[in-house]
Design a protein around this ligand. Sequence first.
Ligand code: RNT
Ligand code: ZN
Length: 421
Amino acid sequence: MNQNQITQAYQIAKDAYAAIGVDVDAALKKLETIPISLHCWQGDDVGGFEKAGAQLEGGGIQATGNYPGKARNIEELRADFLKALSVVPGKHRMNLHACYLDHGGKRVERNEIEPKHFQSWIDWAKANQLGMDFNPTYFSHPKAADGFTLSHPDAGIRNFWIEHGLACRKIAAEMGRQLGSTTVTNHWIPDGYKDIPADRIGPRERLIDSLDKLLAAPIDPALNLDAVEAKLFGIGAESYTTGSHEFYMGYAVSRKTLLTLDAGHFHPTEMISDKISSVLLFCPGLLLHVSRPVRWDSDHVVILDDELQAIAKELVRSGKLDKIHIGLDYFDASINRVAAWVIGTRNMIKALLIALLEPAASLKQAELKMDYTARLACMEELKSLPWSAVWDYYCVQKGVPTGMAWFNEVRRYEEQVLSKR
Ligand code: RNT
Ligand code: ZN
């Protein structure tokens, strides 16, 4: 479709939405204010740059596949990331893990990292108008090899990880300060038992103690906010996870931290879309790890499925987008990694657009009047309204390719850059 056709289709779509009381221009204005935090780790299968050829180890997170062309160093990762962003409409964020530090060739222990090891990332983010989010890396390390970190029985090991968490919060605050945009720091630990534990409460008591210590250092919430992420199980930690959902829900509510909901961290039929409203009512904020579990916490690329649309609708309907931070969390090493970023991110934005194109007020009104027939009729009609014409127009407006044109660009990049690695 050429630009003329896209504009024509947009005008027709606008009328169709106006007929059910939706202001499409207002929806697009809102859409451009919602940043997505793109995870650095899709670019190199969660390897990081602590040592050359680092591999993801431990904690039951696993990247599978060996598609050629993965980023091998900071320069390549940055170039790939910017390539992905160049075909995504809107302004977004870079979500960095601590193990992606720039140590200039000299290894630094995790409890000794400082803002200077991330200065080149901050400069790069600034130059590219990106906000940043951050993650301590409590895995892929000899001191995580027992499968325990902040809840380890050994106080020395716990202390090491407390120091790492603290160091990360300071780095995150510095990112927030220099970029003029609040960093969200997500704390996820892999701790758990393969087999049935004799003591379920002990590790949880230790985890409370460790978190309290590492979150005690006061940090200006305008610079950094902390979030805690629960999980159901991991490979090698099938029977017990210290940081379960109940644990962190209680922790976040009592300590007033943000709570992270990862779409892959619940039972297979349990959906995070239904949890969003409750978390927003009890926690000061919500961080999402939008992911796609297939039979387990497999972290497949996010697709435009029912659950993604349900998540986006809950975010928009809540009216609390200012308390919500949308991050992506998946890593597929079996396809072009730049395309994986693009597909997941474009889908997240499409889902938000679809949600913003709902006649929210009239749907709620029908519900309050117990007119469930009207509610169902309208929800079903919405499914065939031309949101994709609005999406195309949005892409044109933001100067990014429409339709499969983005894919041609990524393919070209693959031929010219990725395939040479
Ligand atoms: C692991 C968690 C966690 C990680 C990242 C890399 O199950 O989802 O968020 O994926 O920290
Ligand atoms: Zn996650």
